[in-house]
Design a protein around this ligand. Structure first.
Ligand code: HEM
Length: 400
């Protein structure tokens, strides 16, 4: 009751105020003769201000009108600060008493003009916005959808790659507990980053219309913090993954045959490979090493974790664009990796979860690795069975 009364009083006062202001403007406009060349500042209650309606007649017919400084303009059009704002908009850096080391951009309100790849020549903030909204988001989103669609199509036509032969029951240790811990720490951090990143970048298209602004705002806020903290965890585990798996991902001669035949993915006859095939090596060097390195480095800039770096707006804009492009490519690559590591290939996920594969699996998917194990060049069991966490039955079968 009181609330609605207050509201009504407020609306009435506001309406009267607006009416008063409007009639004042109308009066000014209706009597051009009354506009003195330079009006004396109005004084209300001791406060003096320029009357911006007191324009000198024909002020803008001066040929140098467009080149006037703010001081010159104020003589003919008091209160008209267009020259100053034009300079601000063009990226001028004014004076600031703050030390440059602490506030390198304190004297600069709007960044100077640049042209980022894909943007128009405009101030850097707007240029960055254009790259993000007109390139990274639509094309990045399209790429991810295409990859998911292509994999769904592949799965629909080909299904899970099953074993051709009978399992022997004899197990080979494919991943040690350390290798699995390194892999899963990295994979879990990656999933947290991918989910939070996708919601931050694309959520407004597919989540916001469903869950509404309040929930979406809170969710994005939470996920942004998840992203900031999962990033360093991902970086550390990425380095461990790189060191752990680098040896068996070094290029070898058989990789060429594998690549030339697309791994035999479409012919159904797998090309022999060592412990990791050329496809896995491409993911390792292209996805984990190259894209992973770029993603982590640019992410560290965005998290302001690199000591000594001066974090200007342009630094963040460039780091953001690089991060956006590299993460989209990395996600596209890892969607394929996750597919092959889960529903795409029988026995792959179990190998990374429990550490062991059947001899038939090794023979069919990594024949050269299997041959080396049979020849005694690589041990079938690398960790002590008790610490490997397998049943004594499977440990015994390894010995058999
Ligand atoms: C949910 C996500 C993931 C799943 C389900 C998954 C699954 C797997 C599986 C089953 C393997 C064993 C393949 C084999 O036996 O040859 C594997 C290997 C591997 N994964 Fe993942 N993975 C995931 C995410 C990641 C991420 C985020 C990275 C790194 C950024 C990664 C890096 C590797 C590496 C380096 C290997 C060793 C093989 C190679 O070097 O290519 N994985 N993964």
């Amino acid at each position: 009751m009181i609330h609605s009364l207050m509201q009504r009083v407020f609306t009435t006062v506001l309406a009267l105020g607006l009416f008063g202001a409007a009639s004042h403007v109308a009066a000014q406009n209706a009597t051009p003769a009354a506009a003195a060349p330079v009006a004396a500042p109005e004084s209300v209650g001791g406060v003096k201000s320029a009357n911006i309606f007191s324009v000198a007649p024909d002020a803008n017919t001066d040929p140098k009108y467009a080149d006037q400084t703010n001081g010159e303009r104020s003589k003919v059009q008091p209160g008209n600060n267009a020259p100053m704002w034009r300079q601000v908009g063009a990226g001028v850096t004014g004076y600031s008493s703050l030390p440059l080391s602490q506030a390198p951009e304190a004297g600069n309100l709007i960044q100077p003009f640049v042209q980022y790849p894909g943007s128009r020549l405009t101030n850097a903030g707007e240029a960055w916005r254009q790259v993000r909204n007109q390139w990274i988001i639509p094309y990045g989103g399209a790429l991810l959808l295409i990859v998911v669609g292509a994999i769904a199509l592949f799965y629909w036509r080909k299904g899970t790659m099953a074993l051709h032969g009978q399992e022997t029951g004899r197990q080979i240790e494919r991943f040690t507990p350390f290798e699995r811990s390194a892999h899963w720490s990295n994979a879990i951090a990656f999933c947290a980053l991918a989910i939070s990143g996708v919601v931050m970048a694309f959520g407004k298209f597919f989540l916001l219309p469903i869950i509404g602004t309040s929930l979406f705002g809170w969710l994005t806020f939470v996920l942004k913090n998840v992203h900031n903290f999962a990033g360093p965890l991902f970086a550390v585990s990425l380095v461990i993954v790189l060191i752990t798996f680098v040896r068996d991902n070094l290029p070898s001669a058989d990789d060429i045959q594998w690549l030339l035949h697309g791994g035999g993915l479409f012919s159904g006859k797998e090309v022999p490979s060592h412990r990791f095939n050329a496809g896995e090596k491409v993911v390792f060097w292209g996805g984990v090493f190259f894209l992973g390195g770029i993603v982590v480095a640019s992410g560290f800039v965005l998290d302001k974790l690199i000591p000594g770096l001066i974090y200007e707006r342009s630094t963040m804009q460039m780091a953001h664009m690089i991060h956006g492009v590299a993460t989209v490519l990395m996600m596209a690559m890892f969607i394929g990796h996750i597919y092959m590591g889960t529903i795409g290939m029988q026995g792959a996920y179990k190998a990374m979860r429990e550490g062991y594969v059947d001899e038939t699996w090794a023979k069919e998917h990594h024949q050269l690795w299997y041959d080396d194990i049979q020849a005694g060049k690589i041990p079938a069991q690398r960790t002590a069975p008790a610490s490997a966490g397998v049943s004594s039955a499977s440990a015994a079968s390894v010995q058999a």
